[in-house]
Write a protein that binds this ligand. Structure first.
Ligand code: ADP
Ligand code: MG
Length: 255
């Protein structure tokens, strides 16, 4: 709805690396509860954009806002605490059980603190139980319910990628940043991941920003697409609209 405040507002973001304009005055808005894809050829600035949104890079100009909150120069953990969680493309957990990994994700939200938990104070015990219940709920939602107590090292690649997603969801984010969520997956794993992302959007009502090379996934999943080319946003719109845009075709086909 037009009256709703934007979940995430990216305005005029510029990032330079030693004279190279990695992002040049990039703006886009992610509406609440939608999936927004950022696509573009190699070197277009997609990862740089993600790193700005999650606070790893500070832009030379421009701003990123979540509702009324200014995220632009906050440290990554502060941005996470304000409700922006991210997954990493190449980091897949191999330690501990699924439950352990999800509880690590919950740890950032813990109020009781480690000392209180270690002393098993009543409040800490209650909090720990609530965290475990929430972790179990998120495992169910991401199709990991049956593997909750399994060592992550024994899971398939597709399941492990969903552990990474579930860990990010344990922060109960308002915005979820997915960095190439289906990279390295086979066809069946891709379909599964697509279903899970659809489901979490529907169930949790959060906004998703995803960087993705797989056009099929972008077309099936995204409500809105921003196309980057040489650091500039050259097109915005629905997947159907941007796939017909002459400038987008030129950027992709190099004609
Ligand atoms: P994409 O993710 O779309 O492939 P990137 O955001 O990784 O593109 O890169 C955009 C441009 O910025 C590229 O020309 C890349 O070489 C350059 N770049 C990215 N990160 C750095 C960095 N840390 N230092 C210098 N140049 C970088
Ligand atoms: Mg990249």
């Amino acid at each position: 709805p037009a009256a709703a405040p934007p979940a995430l507002d990216v305005r005029g973001v510029t990032v330079r690396f030693a004279g190279l304009l990695a992002l040049d005055d990039v703006s886009f808005t992610v509406a609440p509860g939608t999936v927004h894809a950022v696509i573009g050829p190699n070197g277009a600035g997609k990862s740089t954009c993600f790193n700005v949104l999650s606070g790893l890079y500070r832009p030379a100009a421009g701003s990123v806002r979540l509702g009324a909150a200014e995220l632009t120069r906050l440290a990554p953990h502060r941005i996470a605490a304000l409700g922006v969680a991210r997954t990493f493309q190449n980091i897949v957990t191999t330690q501990g059980t699924v439950a352990d990994n999800l509880m690590l994700g919950r740890h950032a939200l813990s109020h009781a603190g480690f000392a209180a938990s270690a002393l098993r104070l009543p409040r800490a015990v209650r909090e720990q139980r609530a965290h475990l219940a929430k972790a179990r709920e998120i495992a169910e939602l991401t199709g990991l319910g049956a593997h909750f107590d399994s060592p992550v090292a024994l899971l398939s690649y597709g399941d492990r990628k969903r552990v990474e997603l579930a860990r990010a969801l344990c922060l109960e984010p308002r915005v979820l940043l997915l960095d190439e969520p289906v990279a390295g997956m086979n066809a069946a794993e891709r379909v599964r991941m697509t279903e899970v992302v659809r489901e979490i959007r529907a169930e949790l009502g959060l906004s998703v920003v995803l960087v993705e090379h797989d056009m099929g996934l972008v077309m099936r999943l995204a409500d809105e697409v921003t196309v980057l080319d040489f650091g500039r946003a050259i097109a915005h719109g629905t997947p159907d609209r941007v796939r017909r845009d002459p400038e987008v075709l030129r950027a992709y086909l190099g004609t």
